[in-house]
Design a protein around this ligand. Structure first.
Ligand SMILES: [Cu+2]
Length: 169
């Protein structure tokens, strides 16, 4: 009986930890519900968002019609100079991870689209999102401590744990 209760407590903590991790990173669908397109006011959309380290951009569009080209400088962005591209994607559902603070520039690679305004500038801020190290997917210890640093998650964990303990005694 005690073992069952203990594993229930452990499960609760694991669940809370998973929720805490989920809440710390945001996926930003570029252009909102309209997606990545020529007639979308992409800069208004960008200024309505807060991009934090650890967040992701998702570019949604019809593959073949558009693409996503990352540009290396403000000048290339201003002039729609696609020749200096750092990276290019064309799946129609492209995910870009914001790994560090700073400004990144994206444009459509289809001829003429960038000039028509199909481009966006994304400024990432440091934020307090814990950087999720890819090397430690499910090691013990760190996984528990990191989400528990969040006061809300900690309170929820304590609540769940004590609720179960009351049943024990
Ligand atoms: Cu385009």
């Amino acid at each position: 009986m005690g073992l069952v209760k203990s594993s229930k407590i452990l499960l609760s903590i694991v669940l809370v930890a998973a929720i805490g991790k989920e809440a710390s990173a945001t996926q930003h669908v570029v252009g909102g519900s309209q997606g990545w397109g020529e007639s979308v006011d992409l800069n208004s959309w960008a200024s309505s968002q807060t991009f934090k380290v650890g967040d992701q951009l998702v570019f949604k569009y019809s593959s073949g019609l558009h693409s996503v080209v990352e540009l290396g400088s403000e000048a290339a962005y201003k002039n729609c100079d696609l020749g200096t591209a750092l990276d290019s994607k064309n799946s129609g559902n492209d995910v870009v991870k914001l790994t560090k603070p700073g400004t990144r520039y994206f444009a459509c690679g289809t001829l003429g689209h960038c000039g028509q305004g199909m481009k966006v500038k994304i400024t990432t801020v440091a934020g307090n999102a814990p950087s999720t190290p890819a090397s430690t997917p499910s090691s013990s210890g760190a996984c528990f401590i990191q989400p528990l640093a969040n006061p809300f998650v900690l309170a929820a964990a304590i609540f769940l744990a004590t609720t179960d303990l009351f049943h024990l005694f």
